[in-house]
Design a protein around this ligand. Structure first.
Ligand code: ADP
Ligand code: MG
Length: 155
């Protein structure tokens, strides 16, 4: 488990960028599960993540559409916001299980997925402090924690 303190939205974006850089260029699929309350910084982190894997794309919150696709990079990135998800039937309807096979998924409100998070997912827990700072914890069995250690944010 790696822990960051983010002092600004830009810091949080940088954590997303660093996370994206851990995926080898040959990566064809992957899963990043984001956990945290409204305003914790999930979309900010996703903005940084997508900026690396799908350069030139502008991330918008997919609250009403549930999933946005970013396809300007070598592998498609699918950004989910499951806040409005009402059950696993909804997941079937949006084609969740197909998306898992098609590219890299980054998922806000992964709390809603319960047992349906892939075993090899990177898990990111964001917590909002009383000031603008955020605690960001990253847990991953596959990605080398050492890479993140060596590449800490400069704050
Ligand atoms: P979420 O997607 O988790 O609801 P967002 O990323 O959309 O959160 O929004 C986070 C809000 O908090 C934005 O308005 C952002 O400007 C603000 N903010 C303030 N400090 C931070 C920080 N350190 N990291 C991320 N967002 C921050
Ligand atoms: Mg959001």
């Amino acid at each position: 488990m790696i822990e960051y303190i983010s002092l600004s939205p830009e810091d949080t974006e940088k954590v997303g960028m660093q996370l994206a850089r851990l995926f080898p260029e040959s990566t064809k699929k992957g899963f990043v599960a984001l956990f945290g309350d409204l305003g914790a910084g999930k979309t900010a982190l996703t903005r940084g993540f997508v900026s690396v894997l799908s350069p030139g794309s502008r991330v918008k919150s997919p609250t009403f559409t549930i999933v946005n696709e970013y396809v300007s990079g070598p592998v498609p990135v699918f950004h989910f916001d499951l806040y409005r998800l009402s059950g696993s039937d909804d997941l079937e309807d949006i084609g969740y299980f197909e998306y898992l096979e098609r590219g890299i998924c980054i998922v806000e409100w992964s709390e809603r997925l319960e047992g349906l998070i892939p075993d090899d997912a990177v898990k990111v827990y964001l917590t909002k402090n009383d000031d603008d700072s955020r605690i960001i914890k990253i847990e991953s069995e596959d990605l080398q924690e050492g890479i993140l250690e060596n590449d800490r944010l400069g704050n």
